[in-house]
Design a protein around this ligand. Structure first.
Ligand code: ARG
Length: 271
């Protein structure tokens, strides 16, 4: 082997190593959040569909169907990305975890974009804002008149929700019962095993509209938590977030999002 060849060979080796190095550093920083979804042709959306008017199941033409404002939002995002939307239903306390471990691409589930959650996930622009309300039995109307009268009451909240944290922080002498199912919370309220349930206003209103024996307490449960709903996206998914935000911005500014909520609310109390 002559010298020239050795120089050439080592040059080629160095060049190859440099290429490999460049290649790997490029993929480390490259944002594949959008292209990954486009390539597989589907967007897996995690949600907990026991949350009318945002996501719930109802009979459409005799078939159990997922409906609600979040469902409409997800479908429009799917159209914008040019992919199929696959809904992955689970209990609410698993929704964010499934985005974290990559089983779902995003989560749309009436998720409040709190600072604590924002440490782990990116959030889209907010698409809906609500307040927290308490529902009680009409039979207890004289007993539970304000927040003070509920100081030692038993409260039901959904496991993993901010309402669970709010109730624990606000009613320190109360009993807080956390369940995965909202329907079960309402059943336990109706059978007097619970005194009160904390939900965001549209959810509380939907349950009250369907249950004659329940009522909304005319007080707001204020808290330091952000109650703006946003879509949870894996951290660092800039390209995907940009696309999603375009859709959210458009639906919020045009009033379409509020319209979806109203339509879904009307549908939810019909049956
Ligand atoms: N907004 C509340 C939260 O983020 C409750 C959301 C519950 N969503 C549901 N689909 N059950 O904690």
């Amino acid at each position: 082997m002559n010298l020239k060849k050795i120089v050439m060979a080592s040059f080629t080796a160095v060049a190859a190593m440099t290429l490999v190095a460049c290649g790997s550093s490029a993929t480390d920083t490259e944002d594949t959040s959008l292209s990954k979804i486009e390539e597989k042709g589907s967007l897996v959306v995690a949600l907990s569909p026991e949350f009318a008017p945002f996501e719930f199941k109802t009979l459409v033409d005799g078939k159990d169907t997922l409906v609600g404002a979040d469902i409409e939002l997800a479908k429009i995002i799917g159209e914008e990305l040019g992919v199929e939307v696959e809904f992955s239903a689970m209990s609410f306390d698993n929704v964010l975890t499934s985005v974290q471990n990559g089983k779902a691409d995003i989560a749309i589930s009436g998720i409040s974009a709190t600072e604590e959650r924002a440490k782990v996930f990116d959030f889209s622009l907010p698409y809906y804002t609500s307040t927290n309300k308490i529902i009680i039995n009409k039979a207890d109307v004289n007993e539970f008149t304000d927040l003070d009268s509920l100081a030692t009451a038993s409260f039901g909240t959904q496991k993993g929700s901010i309402q669970e944290q709010i109730a624990k922080e606000k009613f320190t002498s109360a009993t807080i019962v956390s369940l995965t199912s909202n329907g079960e919370l309402v059943n336990q309220l109706k059978s007097q095993q619970l005194d009160a349930v904390v939900f965001e206003e549209p959810i509380a209103m939907a349950y009250v509209a369907k249950n004659d024996d329940l009522m909304l307490l005319d007080v707001e449960v204020t808290s330091s938590y952000s109650d703006a709903y946003a879509i949870a996206i894996p951290k660092g998914s800039e390209a995907l977030k940009e696309k999603i935000d375009t859709v959210v911005k458009d639906l919020v500014e045009s009033g379409k999002m509020d319209q979806f909520v109203q339509e879904a609310y009307d549908l939810s109390i019909q049956q």
